[in-house]
Design a protein around this ligand. Structure first.
Ligand SMILES: NC(=O)c1ccc[n+]([C@@H]2O[C@H](COP(=O)([O-])OP(=O)(O)OC[C@H]3O[C@@H](n4cnc5c(N)ncnc54)[C@H](O)[C@@H]3O)[C@@H](O)[C@H]2O)c1
Length: 328
């Protein structure tokens, strides 16, 4: 595999933003290019790290002829997009996604940002990258746990919009886990088609695009409460299973479809690190109150109607607390 960063930015001066782990594996691709290395891990997705990047850009005498190139997972890309849309009122930027979450989701759709005071992605911008250079070969060095986190976002998209994709993930489990590239590329393309169609309808996340938040209300709360123990995908997987259980409890989803959903997560052994019972309903609700999707007294919650069909409904916090109590 080879990537040529200079070719990606045309006549602009490239500055790579990456994290320490990606830099240790792929740093040789950045020879002769200025690189800003961020500390890996969700706990570093914050304004202190952004401030460090601004300082480095000033030291490197960056100007409007520079293009920032984020090389890494969703964390690096979200922060690169944020810096690029704010530094000097906007620099050109592009992405080289290196995780499955980034390839199938984070690199597209224009959401950039950081966490603040426990609020997930609460500070950010909407701005699409000018280019995305996606090369699934990067996945060969990704930890299995991180790879499976990407599978969760793909399962989520299938649940929201595409029953055939869900069946494909069920049927082809062994080949997918063996990283058969043809299948992985198929998964990424199919997931992106759904995401980009939704983004075209609703760039600013006011309507249909919010279906892609399935599992993220409870998921973000668990990710926050776990203080870095759960990765994004593991927390969202548990959030999806909760949404599916709530959908059955309210009579929207059939019991046998719930079983299929739970079995798929177990068959990929995705949520084995998750123990939602560790957290009280109150702690989960307090964390959900930090969610961007909340209104005054309720949160916009994504329910599943069938595998491949979902809908959004505002749920009062009190009702959500009852559901958490009844279902766990
Ligand atoms: N903007 C969006 O639309 C969007 C969508 C989904 C997720 N996200 C965000 O993305 C983040 C999660 O993304 P992620 O799972 O990619 O996390 P991440 O960027 O933290 O990467 C996970 C880990 O994998 C390592 N890594 C990355 N590429 C590697 C490779 N090729 N080989 C070996 N190790 C590698 C990283 O160093 C890190 O330790 C969250 O912050 C989430 O909010 C954003």
């Amino acid at each position: 595999m080879f990537i040529n960063i200079k070719n990606m930015v045309g006549s602009n001066r490239p500055i790579v933003i990456t994290d320490d782990k990606v830099n240790s594996i792929y740093g040789h691709f950045f020879d002769g290019i200025d690189v800003i290395v961020l500390p890996q891990g969700e706990l570093n997705k914050n304004l202190d790290t952004i401030k460090y990047v601004y300082q480095r850009l000033i030291e490197l005498e960056a100007d409007r002829t520079c293009s920032l190139v984020g090389v890494g997972g969703g964390l690096v890309l979200d922060m690169t997009g944020f810096v690029a849309s704010t530094f000097m009122r906007g620099l050109s930027f592009g992405f080289v996604p290196t995780t499955l979450i980034a390839m199938a989701d984070a690199a597209y759709g224009g959401k950039n940002g950081v966490n603040f005071n426990g609020f997930k992605n609460i500070i950010g911008t909407f701005k699409e990258a000018e280019f995305v250079y996606s090369q699934p070969e990067f996945l060969k060095t990704l930890d299995e746990r991180e790879f499976k986190a990407g599978i969760v976002e793909i399962i989520k998209t299938a649940l929201v919009m595409d029953a055939d994709l869900f069946s494909f993930i069920e049927k082809e489990r062994d080949k997918i886990l063996n990283l058969e590239m043809e299948l992985i590329e198929h998964l990424i393309k199919r997931t992106l088609k759904i995401k980009t169609d939704l983004v075209k309808l609703d760039m600013f996340d006011n309507d249909e695009r919010r279906k892609l938040n399935l599992g993220h209300t409870v998921g973000h709360a668990l990710e926050y409460l776990s203080e870095g123990v759960l990765n994004h995908g593991e927390a969202v997987a548990e959030g999806i299973v909760f949404s599916a259980n709530a959908s059955v409890a309210l009579g929207y989803l059939k019991e046998e479809e719930l079983k299929r959903i739970e079995e798929l997560f177990w068959s990929y052994s995705i949520n084995k690190n998750v123990n939602i019972k560790k957290y009280s309903e109150k702690d989960i609700i307090d964390a959900i109150k930090k969610d961007k999707k909340r209104n005054d007294s309720s949160v916009n919650f994504v329910f599943i109607q069938n595998i491949g069909k979902s809908f959004i409904q505002a749920v009062p916090f009190g009702r959500l607390e009852e559901l958490l109590h009844d279902l766990y």
